[in-house]
Design a protein around this ligand. Structure first.
Ligand code: MN
Length: 386
């Protein structure tokens, strides 16, 4: 049963100890796998004057929050078989929410991972009543998973966007009673038929968004594949679906629907997280603004269209371990809006962690992207970078 008194904060011991440990250890030694806990004597090696920027360890003890899982309950495909039959390695990792995953997190230098149900999750349910029931079930299951790993795993709520009031209520329950950090929605939701969908800019969802803003949590907008009826452009090229390219088209368009609907003028404190460095939107900002202004000369939006990219969106490096692209996004939207994540297990968690640890970034920036920004965004009870 959910317990409203249960703390959502993290134990502060491991982060502090790990950081103290690293402060006393030469950088070269930190490239090997990190131990679960520092040896007691290591803490005596902390230099007394370790407060200058040059003392910031190169390897942040990271927070990651586009990290996916599934349970046997959700591992059933439309034909009654298991999804894992098609992608055995990925699904084995999705289904693992215990020791092997924590071990990978140690190797990747990730202290805390916020888990989300693998795409499309609840969004693919056709009937609103089923979606409401399944979302509640998923969130209760996830609560039991994160309870087993305090200080290492946290939860994002799955929501039945098919029913705006139920979605708002389930979000509030997940945040207040289950201790979850935010919702993650896998783009559009099916509605009654396989070919009818609802997007998050539907006016019926305004009360939902009001509740999101009141709760003070961001919403992670994650991709899913377009409906089969919308896949003509991928005909004979199925390899371009999903994360290769179709996700980018789906999510960036969905984000632009939110912006152009005026949602952020109505609820200016709303924050949306986008994965994959913003699904190309930051790179396209200049042209978006220029062409939109030409096509909608009397727009009622309060900001230039891409102004919202710097005021209402956050960006993760999930599945996009490229330093030049990360620097470009930082330059476009501001350092405090860029966050580390890996997109595990669709991408290699250890590769992602190693990339951030060794990328040509200043150590201060590396700690902000790898840890400090996420602590601020989700108000985590963890010590900051330095
Ligand atoms: Mn993902």
């Amino acid at each position: 049963m959910p317990n409203a008194d249960l703390p959502i904060c993290l134990p502060e011991s491991s982060g502090l100890k790990r950081r103290s440990f690293m402060l006393g250890v030469p950088t070269a030694l930190m490239s090997s796998a990190l131990p679960g806990a520092p040896p007691a004597q290591a803490q005596t090696n902390i230099p007394a004057s370790s407060t200058t920027r040059t003392d910031i360890p190169t390897r942040p003890w990271k927070v990651a929050f586009e990290e996916h899982y599934i349970t046997p309950h959700f591992d059933i495909d439309r034909h009654g078989g298991t999804r894992r039959a098609h992608r055995p390695t990925v699904y084995r990792n999705l289904l693992d929410v215990d020791a092997p995953r924590i071990e990978q997190m140690d190797r990747a230098g990730i202290q805390y991972a916020i888990l989300s149900l693998n795409t499309p999750g609840i969004q693919a349910e056709t009937y609103p009543q089923t979606a409401v029931r399944q979302a509640r079930f998923a969130n209760d299951e996830l609560r039991r998973i994160v309870e087993r790993h305090p200080g290492r795993l946290g939860g994002f709520a799955a929501l039945p966007m098919h029913d705006p009031t139920a979605a708002a209520d389930e979000l509030e329950r997940a945040v207040r009673e289950l201790g979850f950090h935010a919702p993650l929605v896998n783009s559009f939701s099916n509605l009654h038929t396989d070919n009818t969908v609802t997007y998050l800019d539907d006016p019926q969802l305004l009360p939902f968004w009001e509740r999101v803003q009141d709760l003070g949590v961001p919403l992670y907008l994650h991709p899913r594949d377009p409906l089969p009826s919308q896949q003509l452009m991928f005909r004979d090229r199925p390899e371009l679906l999903a994360a290769t390219w179709a996700y980018l088209v789906e999510s960036s368009t969905h984000a632009l629907r939110l912006i152009t609907s005026g949602l952020f003028d109505r609820f200016p404190r709303l924050q949306i997280c986008l994965g994959h460095l913003g699904e190309a939107l930051p790179f396209y900002a200049w042209r978006l603004s220029a062409v939109y202004a030409r096509r909608v000369p009397h727009s009622k939006l309060k900001q230039d269209i891409t102004g919202y990219l710097g005021s209402n969106f956050h960006y993760t490096t999930s599945g996009f371990f490229d330093t030049a692209a990360t620097l470009e996004v930082m330059d476009r939207v501001g350092l405090d809006r860029v966050h580390f994540s890996t997109d595990y297990p669709w991408m290699d968690m250890v590769e992602g962690g190693h990339w951030l640890d060794t990328a040509e970034l200043g150590d201060d920036d590396r700690w902000r992207i790898g840890r400090g920004n996420a602590i601020d965004l989700f108000k985590l009870n963890l010590p900051p970078s330095a």
